[in-house]
Ligand binder design. Sequence first.
Ligand code: SF4
Ligand code: SF4
Ligand code: SF4
Length: 265
Amino acid sequence: MVEVAVLVDITRCIGCRACQMSCKQWWRLEPSETSFSPTITNPPKRDEHTYLNVEYHEVIGDDGRLSWNFVHKRCFHCVDPVCVSVCPVAAMRKTPDGPVVWDEARCMGCRYCAQACPFRIPNYQFHSLWPEVSKCWFCWDRIAEGLQPACSKACPPKAIEFGEREAVLAEAHRRIEEFPEKYVDYVYGEKEAGGTSLFYISGVPFEQLGFNMAVPHEPLPELTWEFLSKIPFEAAAIIGSMTAIWYIRGRALQDLPEKDEAGHE
Ligand code: SF4
Ligand code: SF4
Ligand code: SF4
């Protein structure tokens, strides 16, 4: 099966948020609380109802000129995802064509995925009795039908391009080589965490757009047990109590109406 990916060209994004709205519409997500303080990014953070948000960054260049840069942010769907390897009950899994998806029936709510993710992506419903982990699903249901993700389909200036991973990555490098005056010479997402399925190219340095430049370049699952060993007592306690919750939750879910993998009833 061919692995898919997305290229986000930050120089093309006009900040219209059509991707953000299209994601909410496709996944039937509730509105999130909005705020215009301290940033125009709205909603200010991704949350259980917002798998994707468009960040607004005001950048002053070396020539003193101000520019606005808009960044479509969501799960990277890592090639070798640490959220999958750290999950004790295999509730997170990587599908053969690329999306990293979550299984409600298996999850025991330990939140290791959220703690281990180098991009701080998974959100967790702290207020719920049966909390869910929420993040971008890479529209796996649409991809399985031969469609592109809802967000890339909605983007008016084609700032988000979907396709086969190798082709998308080659296109990112082609643009940088062809227009060196327009782009910084770096594809974010190519090396981070050992490689991801979400690539960015930009006209301003990534560190000025809130990207984490300290993410290691080797696959992070190799560090999984190092991560867990840092919290040995907490880990033991959490696993013990969560296993009980997992069992109870599994029993409860047997009585619920059937849902598809994305949570649609
Ligand atoms: S970005 Fe985080 S949540 Fe997404 S696949 Fe990678 S490790 Fe998992
Ligand atoms: S790929 Fe699908 S789930 Fe992910 S941000 Fe885009 S529309 Fe939302
Ligand atoms: S739809 Fe395209 S142009 Fe509009 S905010 Fe999203 S990425 Fe930017």
